[in-house]
Design a protein around this ligand. Sequence first.
Ligand code: ZN
Length: 429
Amino acid sequence: MASTSNATPSPTYTCGRCRQPLTVRLTAAGAGALAAQLAAQSIGESQYDLLASQITSYAPNGENVQDESIASILQSSAKPLIPRKTVLGPPTNVQQGSALQRHFDTLSSQSEADHPLCTECSKAWFAHMSDVVEEQKRTRELLVEYEKDVKARKAELDERNEWLEEDTARLEKEEKALVEQLLQMEQQKEALDAEMRELDEEEKALEAEETEFWQAHSSYLAEHNVQVEKSRSLLLSYTSALNTLEKLQKTNVYADAFNIGHDGGLATINGLRFGRLPAVQVEWGEINAAWGCTLLLLKTIARKLSYDIVGYQLVPMGSFSKIEKLGGPGEKPSTLELYGSGDWALGRLLQNRRFDSAMVAFLECLRQVIEFAEDRAHEEGFDLRIPHQVHKDKIGEVSIRLGSSDETWTRALRHVLLDLKILLADAVR
Ligand SMILES: [Zn+2]
């Protein structure tokens, strides 16, 4: 510490913080440095800083003045403000005050505090600045940590980027392969499309061919049907002609077997005269034979019609034919002789009665056959007209009994043969 006795009195200032008056005392060395500085007329900011750092303590009473440090700093500066050999005269008070004021102005403009400061305020200011420095140190450490963290993250990101680049390269390679595959598949698709088009054309051709075939087939079928119809028609005609032929043949056979005609007002069967007239006397033998033929004809017609006569059985036996009457419930069967006796005069009554019964029975049988034949023809759509209907002993309103006259009886017999002729024609149709 320099002694205050060597200090040169300086102008009075006010503390920039607490506003108490203070006196700046410069040591001889400080005053010298200041003078040198004034002489140099120029000074860098660093020198101002150095100078300001040395003018740190001021005291109003001048006891704690540390102005000697200013001189030591100015002297220890790496680059002296003025050459050491330079000899300057001591500055005046006015000059010192002016120089100091400029220093303080410069310091004030470059810091947050107004200079000059008293010792207390300087301490407080230093404490504050120390805190700021500590705070900045901590901030710096935090920033360093943060930088480390950022670097680590950057490394991680770089690694990830590298991995992503590798992945991207791999994916690009895969994409390339897939694109090639796609191109190949497109080529295959084009080939398949072409094949498909060919097949379509082939199918169309086949369809046209099929249509043509079916048209030909249809026309063939139509023609075939026409031919079949023709064939059927011919077959029907042939069958019909055959049936007609057969019928004609049969008709002829039956017509030959039962030749019905007439002779001199008498009906004949197979040339046998059937009945008698006053002018034409016919023997019983011929009449009985004619009856035999007639009975046989009725039986033949019934058999041809497949009809079983109810209650009677016909027994044609030439001139001695007869009809068996089958007994009903509580009735005895009996035989009816269908032939006449040779003796007309004697026993005519008895004979006639038996003969009459046989002839009436014959008419009953004939009635059954006529009825059956008419029903059959009606069912089959044929028009069968029997000229003489039978009712009990009458045929065509004429009795067949011998009782009345030969003409009546003979007329009844004519009716019988005519009905039989019509029935025969119907039976063989
Ligand atoms: Zn102060």
